[in-house]
Design a protein around this ligand. Structure first.
Ligand code: VGL
Ligand code: ZN
Length: 205
């Protein structure tokens, strides 16, 4: 059984948002097109409390892009983004979100960030995504969304670790690219670790 897993397609990651992925809006039509071709469609939401430790604004004198130690883990500091129940945390209304059967929330613990849709960055707590997929008999996932170089990458690597056959729908992903090559490097790492990279046109045929 195959599932489509949409990562963090939220207003704050789209152009004009607090933490935009480059041309992030372009993943929306791809996600809409893909959804009709899967029996199981799930999504993740980055879902931070306002006091989240990944926000530069919560650390006096710190700026986005700097790295701090957050409870024993290196943490890149980000602008305030995807605060629970705010406009920026919503799906864009162009996304056909009525087709999403279940949403998994991540980044809810103020003391630890969570790039992957499966676990936090310390692999301490599960979001329930892997358990949900296994319960539905899923053995293969197709992953798309935002951002290629963070949450897509870590979700893909975790999907592989969880034992799912893992596909990345490359035209359905866009990156933040703090450094210009970050998305390319992330895709190369996903491929090296065992993910298959493909285009949405190869999924829909
Ligand atoms: C993300 C940075 C911080 C993402 C989330 O969705 O890729 N990146 N929080
Ligand atoms: Zn975040």
């Amino acid at each position: 059984m195959k599932a489509l897993v949409l990562i963090d397609i939220q207003i704050d990651f789209l152009p004009g948002g607090a933490l935009e992925a480059q041309n992030g809006n372009e993943v929306v039509p791809v996600a809409n097109k893909l959804m009709g071709h899967f029996d199981i469609v799930v999504a993740t939401k980055d879902w931070h409390p306002a006091n989240h430790g990944s926000f530069a604004a919560n650390h006096p004198w710190r700026k986005p892009g700097q790295i701090i130690d957050l409870n024993g883990l290196d943490q890149i500091l980000w602008p305030i983004h995807c605060v629970q129940n705010t406009f920026g945390s919503e799906f864009p209304d162009t996304l056909q979100s009525d087709k999403i059967q279940q949403i998994f929330y991540k980044g809810t613990d103020p003391g630890i960030d969570s790039y992957s849709g499966f676990h936090d960055n310390g692999q301490r707590r599960s979001t329930g995504l892997a358990e949900f997929l296994r319960e539905k008999g899923v053995d293969e996932v197709f992953i798309a969304g935002l951002a290629t170089d963070y949450c897509v990458k870590f979700s893909v690597l975790d999907a592989l670790k969880e034992g799912f056959k893992t596909n990345v729908v490359v035209d359905g992903c866009r990156g933040v690219n703090l450094a210009p090559e970050d998305s390319e490097k992330a895709l190369a790492e996903m491929r090296e670790k065992g993910a298959r990279l493909l285009e949405s046109s190869e999924v829909i045929h």
